[in-house]
Design a protein around this ligand. Structure first.
Ligand SMILES: [Zn+2]
Length: 346
């Protein structure tokens, strides 16, 4: 019947990387899955950020029962501060521990006071209005991601979030195949699934394979090692830290998001490195070059990032010297290739 009609409204995502946001609306209840932004590229001169058009949500905010965030990436969280400000009401925001840790920092920067953050656990269940939600663990290039299985009187929706299938995950937390199998058994009326590279044949190698190549690069380096990666890729950061400590080097952290996320991830127990082994770049003093791994932002060629500043000779404490090894431990996100090669050419 019309009263039981479920409306699924994607406000972003789908056609590219960025501004993931999906509305589910049924009768007098509405939930939102993800609230991401998109970073502008060369086609968007003068534009800082691109937000999804969420006026549909703001116009119906009395129905909004909660916002579920599947994981901590910007293209799933970045619009949240703006949405919450425009809603002007404390709507519950649901996410796993690390996801909420990252969001809390972001909301604080935007001076959003007392947000209603509700921690969810993979394997857990929550009801929001007429929506029954089950959460399943998924592997991704950030820890603590979940898929959401939504039960409604009109049918079920499985929203996978971003995921990969890693048989040897760094943290031993596997994509919950059994959970997906249970959902399949109960029935899936609509599957919403989106994964970068899904059109490429074959499968994505396990994150664990990166560790051995990092170790061999580190072992043969004579001078300073500089590694750029995604700050939010905590498992990659963990492997960089482990390789550094294994060859007797300290990890020197630089770049705002790298400093922030390594702190949050260590505080919440997602990144493990002893206090003595990790140093802020502005407190590194005169550590000898062969005892340092600089861990920095800028793997996507961002012009103001730590790596770009190091390459341009503008960084306050890290200067490139003859014989230093620079590793960009990330593939360019489609669209960022030019920016990355610009930094490499420096
Ligand atoms: Zn993601």
């Amino acid at each position: 019947s019309k009263k039981n009609r479920l409306r699924v409204i994607p406000l972003g995502g789908l056609d590219g990387i960025g501004k993931n946001m999906t509305v589910l609306e049924l009768g007098n209840d509405m939930i939102v899955i993800d609230a991401g932004l998109m970073f502008p590229d060369d086609d968007h001169p003068g534009i800082d950020l691109i937000l999804p058009d969420y006026s549909y949500i703001v116009q119906r905010k009395d129905k909004l029962r909660g916002i579920i965030i599947t994981h901590g990436h910007e293209d799933h969280t970045g619009a949240l501060p703006y949405l919450l400000k425009d809603l002007g009401a404390p709507v519950p925001v649901l996410g796993t521990k690390l996801t909420l840790g990252i969001i809390a920092g972001k909301l604080e920067e935007h001076r959003i006071k007392k947000p209603k953050l509700r921690e969810i656990k993979p394997g857990g269940h929550v009801n929001l209005g007429m929506f029954g939600l089950d959460f399943f663990a998924v592997n991704h290039s950030i820890p603590d991601g979940v898929a959401v299985y939504v039960r409604t009187p009109a049918g079920t929706v499985l929203h996978t979030g971003d995921f990969k299938l890693d048989q040897t995950p760094i943290d031993g937390r596997f994509t919950d195949f059994a959970g997906f199998a249970r959902a399949a058994k109960q029935g899936v009326t609509l599957l919403l699934s989106d994964s970068t590279g899904a059109e490429n044949p074959g499968h994505t190698p396990s994150e664990a394979v990166v560790g051995s190549s990092l170790r061999s690069i580190f072992a043969s380096a004579q001078q300073r090692i500089i590694v750029a990666s995604f700050a939010s890729h905590v498992h990659r950061v963990q492997q960089i830290c482990d390789a550094a400590v294994a060859c007797g080097r300290k990890v020197v952290v630089t770049g705002r998001s790298m400093v922030n996320i390594t702190r949050i991830a260590r505080d919440l127990g997602y990144l493990h490195i002893a206090d003595d082994d990790i140093v802020d770049a502005y407190a590194m003093g005169n550590l000898p070059a062969d005892q340092v791994v600089v861990l920095c932002t800028g793997s996507q060629g961002e012009p103001l990032s730590a790596l770009a500043r190091i390459a341009n000779g503008d960084h306050r404490t890290v200067k490139l010297e003859e014989g230093d090894t620079v590793v960009i431990s990330a593939s360019p996100v489609p669209g960022n290739e030019k920016a990355v090669s610009r930094v490499m050419n420096r």
